[in-house]
Structures are given as structure tokens and as C-alpha cells.
Design a protein around this ligand. Structure first.
Ligand code: ATP
Ligand code: MG
Length: 105
């Protein structure tokens, strides 16, 4: 498992996510880079469809597949690579090391 900068709670490197539907491919996240240091907060701002929710889902390993596919990049959460990990590992960290608060419209 890669251990990158240990001051970072989260590090996303060159992340690509797409949704492959029957008649199109939506490139939802394209080469995203970000990092969050311990004790810091980061806000993601962007127009509707910019890929904010998809980014959050990717960190939780919850991009719906199909139609969603993470096609490249690295997501390092507390020193552990997230991408490619099995469902059991991802379940074990959700709600403990990483959570998502869904917006109520
Ligand atoms: N399940 C899906 N199937 C196909 N396309 C999807 C799916 N989910 C998201 N998309 C597409 O991926 C792109 C990114 O969507 P996403 O929901 O991540 O954006 P967002 O920045 O959270 O938008 P919003 O501000 O409206 O919440 C959009 O073009 C969206 O239509
Ligand atoms: Mg959203």
C-alpha cells in the first residue's frame, strides 16, 4: 500500500471517472488533483455536473458501476490507496475513516 505525504488526510492524484451509458460516455472527473491536510477543510465549488458528487463517491468507493468507471488516478485516504480495494475493506472504513453527508433537497 502506498504511503504518500502522511500530513495529508486525503490525497487525490490525476483522478478520472466516466459514466458509460448506452448512447454516450460522460467524462465526469478529468485529472483531478487535490489534497487535504490534517485539521483542514476543503470546499469544492463548481457548476452543476462539474463532478463534485462523483468525486465524493469515488473517495467512498461508491461510484455506481455500471455505469460509472474510475479510469485512472489515485485516491489515498489516511495513507491507504482506495482504488481497487475490495468491498469488504471499503465497508470497514465507511462511517469510521470516511463519511458522506448527503444533502436533503
Ligand atoms: N449515474 C449516472 N449515470 C450517468 N451520468 C451520470 C451519473 N451520475 C452523474 N452523471 C453525470 O456525471 C457528471 C458529473 O455529475 P455530478 O453529479 O458528479 O456533478 P455535481 O458537480 O455533483 O453536480 P451538482 O452540483 O448538480 O450536484 C454530470 O454530467 C452527470 O450528468
Ligand atoms: Mg452533486
Amino acid at each position: 500500500m502506498s504511503r504518500e505525504n502522511t500530513n495529508n488526510v486525503l490525497e487525490i492524484n490525476d483522478l478520472y471517472v466516466e459514466y458509460r451509458t448506452r448512447d454516450s460516455v460522460v467524462k465526469a472527473v478529468n485529472g483531478l488533483e487535490l489534497s487535504i491536510k490534517k485539521g483542514k477543510a476543503l470546499g469544492l465549488v463548481g457548476e452543476t455536473g462539474a463532478g463534485k458528487t462523483t468525486t465524493g463517491l469515488a473517495v467512498l468507493g461508491l461510484v455506481p458501476d455500471p455505469p460509472g468507471v474510475v479510469t485512472g488516478g489515485q485516491i489515498i485516504l489516511r495513507g491507504e490507496e482506495i482504488l481497487g480495494r475490495d468491498a469488504k475493506y471499503l465497508r470497514s472504513i465507511r462511517g469510521k475513516k470516511v463519511s458522506m453527508i448527503f444533502r436533503i433537497r
